[in-house]
Design a protein around this ligand. Structure first.
Ligand code: SF4
Ligand code: SF4
Length: 469
C-alpha cells in the first residue's frame, strides 16, 4: 500500500493518485472542534435511525419498507404499491428537487453531514481505526511497518471489527427490503434455506467492506453522480466551505515580509485533516465534500496564533467577496414553486388514494344467456379486486339499492383479501328481457364496500346487455 501524507501531495494532480495514476491512500488527521462535535451528534442520530427504523412498526407495518417482490412500499404509516404511480412520481420529484433546493442554498451539506458514505466511513470505520491503532501518524507508521506481531494483531482486531460493522450494516440494509420479521427468521435458519438472500447479503457485506475500508474517498471523487452535478446546482450564493483568500494571502513564508503576510501561517493542518486530500486554499473544488474538518482545523490554529476564527468557513463566494447576499434568487424561487406544487400534488394523491382497485370485465362467452324454463336472462362478468391497504380487508359488493329489476348472483361475496392481494372472480346479473327492450343495454350501478365497518365506498357502472326487441 502506497502511503503519502496529505500535506505532501503535489498541486498539479489529484491528491489521491501518484505520478503514474496509482492510488495513494490517505490517512486524515483527527480534529476536534465545533463542527466535529455537531457532526458526531448528527452521525450518531442518523446511524441510530438507520439501525432502528426496520424494527419500529406503525399500525403493524414496518416504518420504512421497500418490499420489491411484493411491490409494497411503506413510509411511516403510509403504504404504497408499485402501481400508485402518481404518489411515487411526486415522491421522486420531491426527493430530486428537494436535494437540488438544499444544494442551491447550503451546498454539499448532504455530502458532509448525511450521506451514508461519509456517515459510515467517518462515524464508524475511521473510529475503529483510531480505537485499535491510534492517530493517523500511528496508522501511517503501522502501514509502512513489516508484518510483525504488533501489525498482525492490530490488523486482525481492526478487520474483525470492520467485518462485524459490515455485517450489522448489511443486515439492517436487508431488513428494509425483506422486512425485519422475515430477516429475524432467516438469521435463525440455515443459509441453505435462503440461498438467494444469503448471497445478496454476502455481496452487500463485501461491497460495504470494499467501499468503507479501502475505496472510500474514491467513490466521492470518481463515481458519485451527485458530486458531478454540483456545479449545475450551486451558484455564487450557495454556501460552501471556503478559504478566505483576501484574509489569508499572502500566506506566511520566508520570502514574504512579516507586515505583508496574511493570516494563513501555512501550517498545512487544513490539508492533513482533509478526507479527500485536497488543499481548500486552492479554491472550491469538486473533491470537497464539505465535511468541515478543515474549518475546525484552521480555527484551532487561528486560536493558537491569536487571530480571529473563520479563515476557512462556511460562506458563499459572494459572501467572501464582501457582496450583499441575495436571499431569494430566481433559481430558489423556481425550486420553491415546483416544490410547493409537487408537495400539493403528493398531499392530493395520498388523500384521494382508493383503498381498493376494482375492474369489471365482461365474461368472454355470449353477451347474454337465457335461463331455460323462466325466460330470464343473465350476463356474465369478471371482477378483478385488489386490496391496496396494508391490512386484510373484507370487500362486499352489491347493486345500488335505488336500482331495481336486476338480481346479482355472486358466489364469493363478501370476499376477504390480504394486504396487497388481488383476485379475479365471476359474478352474474339476472334480469327480465323487458329491461333492455328498445335499447339493447342499460347501465347498472354497483357499490363496493371495503373494510369490515363498510367504509371506503367505490361506485362503478356495468353495462347489462339484452335483446332490443
Ligand atoms: S476541503 Fe475541508 S471541507 Fe472539503 S473535504 Fe477537505 S476537509 Fe472537508
Ligand atoms: S489550517 Fe489555516 S493557517 Fe493552517 S494552512 Fe490551513 S488555512 Fe493556513
Amino acid at each position: 500500500m502506497k502511503v503519502v501524507k496529505a500535506k505532501d501531495m503535489p498541486e498539479e494532480r489529484l491528491a489521491t493518485t501518484d505520478e503514474h495514476g496509482w492510488r495513494v491512500y490517505i490517512f486524515p488527521a483527527y480534529v476536534k472542534g465545533f463542527f466535529r462535535k455537531w457532526r458526531n451528534v448528527v452521525q450518531a442520530v442518523l446511524i441510530a435511525i438507520f439501525l432502528l427504523a426496520p424494527w419500529i412498526k406503525i399500525g403493524g407495518v414496518q416504518s420504512i419498507l421497500l418490499d420489491i417482490p411484493r411491490r409494497q412500499f411503506a413510509f411511516f404509516g403510509f403504504t404504497f404499491w408499485a402501481h400508485d404511480t402518481p404518489i411515487l412520481f411526486f415522491i421522486l420529484l420531491l426527493s430530486t428537487l428537494g436535494l437540488g433546493f438544499v444544494t442551491a442554498i447550503w451546498g454539499r451539506v448532504w455530502c458532509g453531514w448525511a450521506c451514508p458514505q461519509t456517515v459510515f466511513i467517518d462515524g464508524v470505520f475511521r473510529r475503529i481505526e483510531r480505537l485499535v491503532i491510534g492517530s493517523n501518524l500511528k496508522q501511517i507508521k503501522l502501514a509502512k511497518q513489516n508484518w510483525d506481531r504488533e501489525k498482525i494483531t492490530k490488523y486482525a482486531i481492526k478487520w474483525s471489527l470492520f467485518i462485524l460493522a459490515g455485517l450489522i450494516i448489511s443486515h439492517s440494509f436487508l431488513a428494509y427490503f425483506v422486512g425485519s420479521d422475515r430477516l429475524w427468521i432467516m438469521m435463525q435458519s440455515s443459509p441453505t434455506e435462503n440461498w438467494l438472500t444469503f448471497l445478496f447479503m454476502f455481496v452487500i457485506t463485501a461491497l460495504i467492506l470494499f467501499d468503507f475500508t479501502w475505496f472510500r474517498e474514491q467513490f466521492c471523487i470518481i463515481m458519485c453522480p451527485y458530486g458531478r452535478i454540483q456545479s449545475l446546482l450551486m451558484d455564487d450564493t450557495s454556501l460552501a466551505v471556503i478559504y478566505d483568500e483576501n484574509r489569508g494571502e499572502p500566506r506566511k513564508a520566508k520570502d514574504v515580509p512579516a507586515e505583508k503576510q496574511g493570516d494563513c501561517v501555512d501550517c498545512g493542518r487544513c490539508v492533513s485533516v482533509c478526507p479527500t486530500g485536497i488543499d481548500i486554499r486552492r479554491g472550491v473544488q469538486m473533491e470537497c465534500i464539505a465535511c468541515t474538518a478543515c474549518i475546525d482545523a484552521c480555527d484551532e490554529i487561528m486560536t493558537k496564533v491569536n487571530k480571529p476564527k473563520g479563515l476557512i468557513r462556511y460562506d458563499s463566494v459572494q459572501g467572501i467577496q464582501g457582496k450583499k447576499k441575495k436571499i431569494l434568487t430566481p433559481r430558489l424561487a423556481l425550486y420553491s414553486l415546483i416544490l410547493t406544487l409537487g408537495f400539493s400534488g403528493l398531499v392530493y394523491a395520498v388523500a384521494t388514494k382508493d383503498s381498493m382497485d376494482v375492474t369489471i370485465l365482461r365474461g368472454n362467452d355470449k353477451p347474454y344467456q337465457v335461463i331455460e324454463g323462466t325466460g330470464d336472462l343473465t350476463n356474465h362478468y369478471k371482477l378483478v379486486l385488489k386490496n391496496r391497504t396494508s391490512n386484510e380487508q373484507e370487500i362486499r359488493y352489491e347493486i345500488r339499492e335505488d336500482f331495481s329489476g336486476v338480481e346479482m348472483i355472486a358466489p364469493q361475496n363478501p370476499i376477504s383479501l390480504k394486504a396487497g392481494e388481488h383476485r379475479r372472480i365471476s359474478f352474474f346479473l339476472r334480469f327480465q328481457p323487458e329491461l333492455t327492450k328498445g335499447k339493447g343495454n342499460v347501465m347498472v350501478p354497483m357499490v363496493f364496500y371495503g373494510n369490515k365497518n363498510g367504509e371506503n365506498l367505490i361506485e362503478k357502472e356495468v353495462s347489462l346487455v339484452g335483446p332490443i326487441e
